[in-house]
Design a protein around this ligand. Structure first.
Ligand SMILES: *Cc1c(COP(=O)(O)O)cnc(C)c1O
Length: 362
């Protein structure tokens, strides 16, 4: 069947996700495996969110509300945007796919940093576009490099902000500089999956920027800080015209009804999520302090994950950690042969990771 597949599909390597806990336990014959590989929130949903999910589960014989009415209203109010400036996705991943589906075509170019989030690359390749990679500089976006990579064929620039796997961010000044210097007929896609973790004064307010720059779209998700990764719900904010273009290529019932109810309940349970956020930030400090004690360098992160230089083959280190029941992400696939990416977990999980890493590094 290869000969009848769309040609450019053959060049795509399927995305390899972090291994699920059960799979590792099965394969390694281990119990109590911990996963620090996919930047998930280690804590489950709050009691209020669970209650909303149970309630919504009672009506799953019906199709979900294709417009996400209540969630849309609530977010529009909180973000101070109009309802037609919002679009929802089956995870924010889907919004990346919708953007490439609506904007990039054969012969077009898309600009992506390297290393960065793999979905940008996969979705762009599916659309048939050519990718221009711009290497990070000191694990930060190279804005001049991005400007220089622009050609008349450029359709989309993907900016992970904060980025994955580096954990770094582009500043307000950098975002404004980029938007000012490029033509307004390039979609600038700010992926803010880790938005809720960022506490930097110079982080850009992209919702404000899109008032001036209609070519900006911003996406956020309930998968990371809000801990609903398994339910798949993300959203995009943009100028109404940009959003209406994405709406044309969206499937009608892409957000299931349990996910809609859970996301809405999350927004209303501020106290629970603020507490989790404080815990995770304190734990990030704990991991930093221990890495420093071990003499290991890492990239300062504004997210819930840390990119660590283990100064030896990262595949071997992550395999050794796996044998000790700790799943982390080997960054070899991203071209970072001595790096692992580790999600900040619960206190006991982080202690176990540090202990295991110490044993391996000895
Ligand atoms: C996790 C992640 C996402 C989105 O995840 P969804 O679960 O699809 O919302 C998007 N971008 C980056 C950079 C991520 O790390």
């Amino acid at each position: 069947m290869q000969s009848i597949a769309r040609k450019h599909i053959l060049q795509i390597k399927p995305y390899i996700p972090g291994k699920p806990i059960e799979e590792v336990e099965r394969e390694m014959g281990l119990k109590s495996v911990i996963k620090l590989a996919s930047n998930e929130n280690p804590y489950g949903p709050s009691p209020k969110v669970l209650k909303a999910m149970v309630q919504a589960a009672k009506t799953v014989n019906r199709y979900p509300d294709g417009s996400c009415y209540y969630l849309r209203q609530e977010l529009a109010r909180r973000l101070k945007v109009s309802e037609n400036q919002l679009i929802f996705g089956n995870g924010s991943d889907e919004l990346i796919v919708l953007a490439t589906r609506a904007f990039s075509d054969y012969g077009d170019e898309v600009i992506i940093a390297r290393p960065s989030f793999l979905i940008y690359e996969i979705a762009s390749k599916v659309s048939g576009a050519t990718i221009k990679f711009v290497p990070l500089k000191d694990f930060r976006y190279d804005i001049e490099g991005i400007k220089n990579a622009i050609t008349p064929k450029t359709k989309i620039i993907f900016i992970g902000n904060p980025d994955n796997p580096s954990g770094s961010y582009i500043t307000k000044a950098q975002a404004e500089d980029l938007l000012k210097s490029i033509r307004q007929k390039i979609l600038v896609f700010f992926d803010e999956a880790y938005f809720e973790f960022v506490d930097k004064d110079d982080y850009p307010d992209t919702i404000k920027l899109m008032k001036t720059y209609k070519n900006v779209i911003t996406t956020r998700t309930f998968s990371k800080m809000y801990g609903l990764a398994g339910l798949r719900v993300g959203y995009g904010i943009g100028d109404a015209q940009v959003i209406s273009l994405l709406e044309r290529v969206r499937e009608p019932f892409n957000i299931n009804s349990v996910a809609q109810a859970a996301a809405l309940a999350c927004l209303k349970d501020k106290a629970y999520y603020e507490k989790l956020l404080r815990t995770i930030k304190a734990q990030r400090k704990y991991v930093y302090a221990n890495l420093k004690k071990m003499g290991l360098s890492f990239v300062e992160s504004v997210t819930n994950f840390i990119l660590i230089d283990v100064r030896q083959n990262s595949f071997n280190v992550s395999q050794a950690l796996l044998k000790k029941g700790v799943i982390v992400r080997d960054m070899g696939f991203w071209g970072l042969d001595t790096y692992i990416r580790v999600t900040v977990g619960k206190p006991q999980e982080n202690q176990r990771f540090i202990r295991a890493l110490k044993e391996i590094m000895k």
